[in-house]
Design a protein around this ligand. Structure first.
Ligand SMILES: [Zn+2]
Ligand SMILES: [Zn+2]
Length: 119
């Protein structure tokens, strides 16, 4: 969501490494409100998606808040994990489907080629 990702680059400084780069993308933790630069956010927390239908990023939860989760963001965190889980299930099913589909196509191709040879 818009309010979780800082686009006001000028004022933002990373609370981990202190970097203040106007060209960088900053993430604000929904729990503690600390800002994380692009490099730090990758190792300092979890990015979730807005919904299962969109690839948009939803919320950023820093590791500190994941370990000692503030009561008020727990519902948001668990709802986000649920969406992440569903995305993973869908991706797995899609992968399995693709695999089965290409196996079925290959089998049909093979049988068709076999018929050609017989004729
Ligand atoms: Zn940083
Ligand atoms: Zn936090």
């Amino acid at each position: 969501m818009k309010e979780t990702i800082k686009i006001d680059h000028v004022r933002v400084t990373c609370d981990v490494c202190g970097k203040n780069d106007p060209g960088d993308l900053y993430y604000e933790c929904v729990g503690c409100g600390k800002d994380f630069c692009w490099d730090c956010h990758k190792i300092s927390g979890l990015i979730t998606h807005e919904s299962t239908n969109y690839s948009n990023e939803g919320f950023f939860f820093c590791n500190g808040c994941i370990i000692h989760m503030p009561e008020e963001i727990k519902p948001l965190y668990y709802a986000s994990l649920r969406v992440e889980g569903l995305i993973r299930v869908r991706d797995d099913l899609y992968y399995e489907h693709k695999k089965t589909e290409s196996e079925a196509n290959a089998e049909l191709q093979r049988l068709r080629d076999q018929r050609k040879k017989v004729k």
